[in-house]
Design a protein around this ligand. Sequence first.
Ligand code: TYD
Length: 141
Amino acid sequence: MPANEEIQQTFIMLKPDAIERGLVGEIISRFEQVGLKLLRMETKKLSKETVARHYKSLMQKPFFPKLEAYVTRGAVVATIWQGRDAIKVARKIVGATDPALAEKGTIRGDLGSNCTENLVHASDSPEAARSEIANFFGKVA
Ligand code: TYD
């Protein structure tokens, strides 16, 4: 295994539009197809406190109220995945934040609606993965 590739866990959240549009199976399949292993999956309605912790770096942004309304308008599917280089692998198939700019073949590029309603969140670093998993699931092994 190359030194820069390690077994990692990552937090992936399917946002309310994934459930509303019936895309949960399709999105979960895409993560399975790149070899990631599903460790945990839970459907939940997020509190404003959970959202504030999850998006704390974005709370001062002008788009935050819209983002908060979107991720709390229905249930999300919170998941933990494991695999080699899982964080980078997952971010790659999620695609760029704005679906209009995301490559074809990525989840957002193929299926996302707009810069807010982009279907999925995936952790961007090991530190983010740890704190996001703790925020959504509490301390897990
Ligand atoms: P960010 O962490 O920058 O992107 P990513 O989800 O690709 O890691 O932003 C988090 C979410 O905030 C993003 O998925 C959608 C929302 N958002 C907006 O609603 N408007 C914006 O202009 C940006 C940059 C993000």
